[in-house]
Design a protein around this ligand. Structure first.
Ligand SMILES: Nc1ncnc2c1ncn2[C@@H]1O[C@H](COP(=O)(O)OP(=O)(O)OP(=O)(O)O)[C@@H](O)[C@H]1O
Ligand SMILES: [Mg+2]
Length: 250
């Protein structure tokens, strides 16, 4: 970890079982405030399960998970925002309303302060001018940015993203990755990004956590000690990509 301060996200000996399936077994992870961590691993190793537990969507699990020093339990935490693989937008609602869904329950979305917050988020994710558009008028990348803005609406300390770019073409994906970096740098939000894409993981993250096995556990942690802005073709980055890929292939 990059600092000696208390981690904003602390996972100790996390175990999660679904009926007969043990999805996670003894996962330890500490994420520092403002850190960008990527989680990679083969299909079925428990990546989404890990994010679901972190976000409070899973009531029952073993071990301890704390965000900002507070235990995560059923019902989710205001401190955590989640972006799913598919944008999951309401097709009858416009961009503004779709983002407002992510506001805290006690905030009236029509109150001036709330409208201002949503307007800010629309600008943050680069969708100025599209507030009144509906999902069927947006490209895949734009829809994903609405989903990102919704995940940020709580102003969470930790933003969790589950393969948010996997459905996008290569160029759009590269754009969205840079956009996420801009948002992360501007807001200082701690990020945990699950991805299948090792290139994406090393390009974006401060650390890459490799989950593996069945049940899943942490197999390796690779530090990406390379200054930003990074070059995707940087030799060091490519070497780290190979290192992570080698761990995955074991
Ligand atoms: N709701 C559920 N009920 C029963 N088993 C589940 C449930 N959700 C996940 N599992 C099982 O838990 C294990 C981990 O699943 P999870 O979705 O976390 O994997 P993943 O790493 O996200 O996979 P992928 O890369 O394919 O998205 C798998 O064996 C899966 O079948
Ligand atoms: Mg998954």
């Amino acid at each position: 970890m990059s600092s000696g301060a208390d981690p904003v996200l602390a996972v100790d000996d996390l175990r999660k079982r679904y009926d007969d399936t043990v999805a996670l077994d003894g996962v330890d992870l500490a994420v520092a405030d403002g850190e960008f961590v990527a989680v990679v691993g083969p299909s079925g190793c428990g990546k989404s399960t890990l994010l679901r537990v972190l976000s409070g969507l899973e009531a029952e699990f073993g071990g301890r998970v704390a965000v900002d020093g507070t235990d995560v339990c059923d019902g989710g935490s205001d401190a955590v925002g989640m972006v799913f693989q598919e944008p999951r937008l309401l097709d009858w609602a416009d961009v503004r309303e779709n983002i407002a869904v992510g506001l805290p329950a006690d905030v009236d979305p029509d109150a001036p302060a709330a409208r201002e917050r949503v307007d800010d988020l629309i600008e943050t994710v680069g969708l100025g001018g599209f507030a009144d558009s509906h999902p069927d008028e947006l490209s895949g990348g734009m829809a994903q940015r609405v989903s990102l803005a919704r995940g940020l609406a709580y102003n969470p300390s930790v933003l969790l993203l589950d393969e948010p770019f996997s459905a996008l073409d290569r160029l759009t994906k590269a754009d969205q990755q840079d956009h996420l970096l801009d948002v992360w740098e501007a807001r200082g939000t701690t990020v945990v990004l699950v991805t299948h894409d090792v290139e994406e993981a090393v390009y974006l993250a401060d650390r890459v956590v490799v989950l593996g096995g069945q049940p899943g556990t942490v197999e390796s942690v690779v530090d990406v000690d390379i200054d930003r802005p990074r070059e995707r073709a940087d030799t060091e980055l490519v070497a780290l990509r190979r290192e992570v890929t080698a761990v995955l292939g074991r």
